[in-house]
Structure formats: structure tokens, C-alpha cells
Design a protein around this ligand. Structure first.
Ligand code: DAH
Length: 345
């Protein structure tokens, strides 16, 4: 648009630059250049004043229209599908080359997770996935680790600056499952739940330790449950999973949330106790922790610990799968190497 007054024309040609409109938006209407034009208006003699005032208003309208158009342009931008493997707004020649889906396969850990869950379903358990971000109450307090408890140090993990926690174990789900399960107990049904999930630890990574791995937690609560039930449940599961007879040893251990607590160790399914590099030539492999749920943990979920008892366990899925397939290094699971993954497709 052309303006008759050179001062206005000069300001207009500067302010109507699309780049300036884009950066300044509505604040452009408070720009010093416009302020100066208004100041000049006041000093003008009456002959041109009305016309000068009109032109300033025209300039303001022009600027407002440009701002509005630009906002419209922003709102009509093509939507972005954040789940798409490529930017759909970019021409297809610029898309990265993707392998066809027939080249892909399920990750061995997920396939095995399904196999494991399937066995527990057949044993009457239900399942619930554990969370990948949780809070101090579920990670510690509800499991009988009060603030300052030294055993908290064994679960050194990652935290957000707001104090949320990337869980170091799937036991974070126990309190939730017990509270929900109380209704089952009231109807004379047991609580029988497995909790698969991804867990995180501040770990010195090596062939047997990862900072990110998978666990399956299990909880069983009813009247008259004892350690014998724990052993038989576990033995049944392992024999079904490895399709062979297994020996299990419970070694005394300490967890704040079980009493008594154990670490369970099983005969190496890979070498049948002959000794191999999977079991470090000991014939035995430590798989996880377990025990009888501490009365305080039951009480914290509102379950009467004089009437009900239960067992719980947590074992590492990666280790179980490593033993099944003779995988020597836990880091293969996260490395994303096709040579490794294709062996399981
Ligand atoms: N959460 C423990 C860990 O990761 C394992 C564990 C031990 C889970 C005893 C349990 C349990 O449910 O009862 O080290």
C-alpha cells in the first residue's frame, strides 16, 4: 500500500516486512516508529492533520491484517504425526530409507515376555504392566523403606529434578495391586498378579549388568499361604519355561518388604550343573529375590496381616532369556544390532 506522506511511507516500508511481522507479532503496534508518527501528528497544522491521522490508521490496519494473516497461516500448517517414522510434511525423496517391515521381527525379550506371561496366565495369574516413572512412596515407603533407610542405597537409580523416580524394581507396583486386590480377598478370592516391567539402575554396565532391564514381579496373597507355596509356584513356572526338571535353592537374604527374604538360585538350564560360561562354571544361577510379604506392607495396603499372608518375587527377565538362548552378554539386547536380532526372527 502506498502512502502520500513520506514519513508514513518510510515507516510502512520498514514495518510491513513479513520477517519483522513474524518476529514482533502484535507488539509491532507499540513500535517507537509508530509512536513518533503520532507525536508528529500533534505538532502538525490543521491543514494536513486529518489526512495524516487517517494514513496512520490505515497503516495500523494494514499491520493488523498482516498479523492476522500470519496467525491464520500458522494455524493451517500441515499437522505433524509424531508417531510417523518420517516427517510427512517433507517430500518423500528426503525421507530416510526404511527397511521393509518383512525385514523386522519382534525383539527376543518381548517374545519371551509373552511366553513367560502365558505360563503365569495358565497358572491363574493376571498381569499388569509396571510404570516407567514413579514416586518415592511407591518406590520406597510403601515397601517399608522409611526415609533414610540404608537399604535405599541398593536401589540407586535415575530421578527427575522434581523427585520422580525411574523405578529400580517392579516392586513399586505392590502397594497398588494389594489395595486393588483387597476386594478379591473380601470375596474369598486370592490376589494372584504378575507385574512385568522395565526397570532402571545406576549400574556399572558389564556382560551381566545393564542400566535398563526387565523384571517380572509376582504377588500371591490368601489365607494360609507359606514359603512352600512360593517354592512350588516357582518350580512349576521354571520347569514349564525351560521344559526340563530344575532344582531351586533359596538362600537367606534381606529385603525390607519381605520377612523372611530369600534370593533364589536355580540349577543352570544350559549345562545341567556341569559348569559353563553362562553360569560362570558354578552350575548355579542367581535369578532374583523373593520372600513372604512383610506384615507392614500388607497393613499399608489395608490388608489384615493376622488373617492373610502372601509371597512375592521379582526376577530379571533378561537373565532368564540369556540362559534359555545361551546369550553371553546382556548388552546385546539394547544394542539394536540386526545380526543379533535376526537370530530370533
Ligand atoms: N525388588 C527386588 C529387587 O529388584 C526383588 C524382590 C525381592 C521382589 C523380594 C519381591 C520380593 O517382590 O518379595 O531387588
Amino acid at each position: 500500500m502506498n502512502y502520500k506522506f513520506p514519513q508514513i511511507q518510510e515507516v510502512a516500508s520498514r514495518l510491513t516486512d513479513p520477517e519483522i511481522i513474524k518476529h514482533q507479532g502484535k507488539t509491532i503496534l507499540r513500535s517507537p516508529e509508530l509512536g513518533k508518527l503520532f507525536a508528529h501528528l500533534k505538532e502538525m497544522d490543521s491543514k494536513d492533520r486529518a489526512e495524516f491521522g487517517q494514513e496512520i490508521n490505515q497503516l495500523k490496519t494494514e499491520l493488523l491484517n498482516m498479523i492476522d494473516n500470519q496467525e491464520d497461516e500458522l494455524t493451517v500448517l500441515d499437522p505433524i504425526d509424531v508417531t510417523a517414522p518420517v516427517d510427512i510434511n517433507v517430500s518423500s525423496e528426503k525421507h530416510p530409507k526404511l527397511l521393509s517391515s518383512s525385514n523386522g521381527s519382534r525383539h527376543p525379550l518381548m517374545t519371551e515376555m509373552d511366553n513367560i506371561l502365558d505360563i503365569f496366565y495358565r497358572m491363574g495369574f493376571s498381569s499388569l504392566e509396571s510404570r516407567q516413572i514413579d514416586d518415592d512412596f511407591h518406590m520406597f515407603e510403601s515397601l517399608n523403606f522409611p526415609k533414610g533407610h540404608p537399604a535405599r542405597d541398593d536401589y540407586d537409580t535415575f530421578m527427575t529434578t522434581e523427585g520422580l523416580i525411574a523405578p529400580a524394581h517392579t516392586s513399586t507396583m505392590q502397594n497398588r495391586v494389594l489395595i486393588e486386590g483387597k476386594k478379591l480377598l473380601d470375596s474369598n478370592l486370592p490376589i494372584a498378579t504378575v507385574l512385568p516391567g522395565r526397570v532402571f539402575r545406576n549400574e556399572d554396565v558389564d556382560a551381566r549388568h545393564g542400566h535398563t532391564f526387565y523384571q517380572i514381579e509376582g504377588i500371591y496373597v490368601d489365607k494360609g499361604i507359606n514359603t512352600g507355596n512360593l517354592i512350588s509356584t516357582f518350580k512349576t513356572f521354571l520347569e514349564e519355561y525351560y521344559k526340563q526338571d530344575m532344582e531351586i535353592i533359596l538362600q537367606p537374604f534381606y529385603f525390607p518388604f519381605t520377612e523372611p527374604s530369600f534370593e533364589f538360585v536355580l540349577s543352570c538350564p544350559f549345562c545341567q550343573k556341569q559348569g559353563c560360561n553362562v553360569c560362570s562354571y558354578s552350575g548355579w544361577i542367581e535369578l532374583g529375590g523373593c520372600g513372604m510379604i512383610h506384615p507392614k506392607v500388607l497393613k499399608m495396603a489395608g490388608i489384615e496381616s493376622d488373617i492373610y499372608t502372601g509371597f512375592a518375587w521379582g526376577f530379571g527377565v533378561d537373565r532368564l532369556v540369556m540362559m534359555k538362548h545361551g546369550i553371553e552378554d546382556i548388552r546385546h539386547f539394547m544394542a539394536g544390532k540386526l545380526e543379533f536380532l535376526r537370530q530370533f526372527s
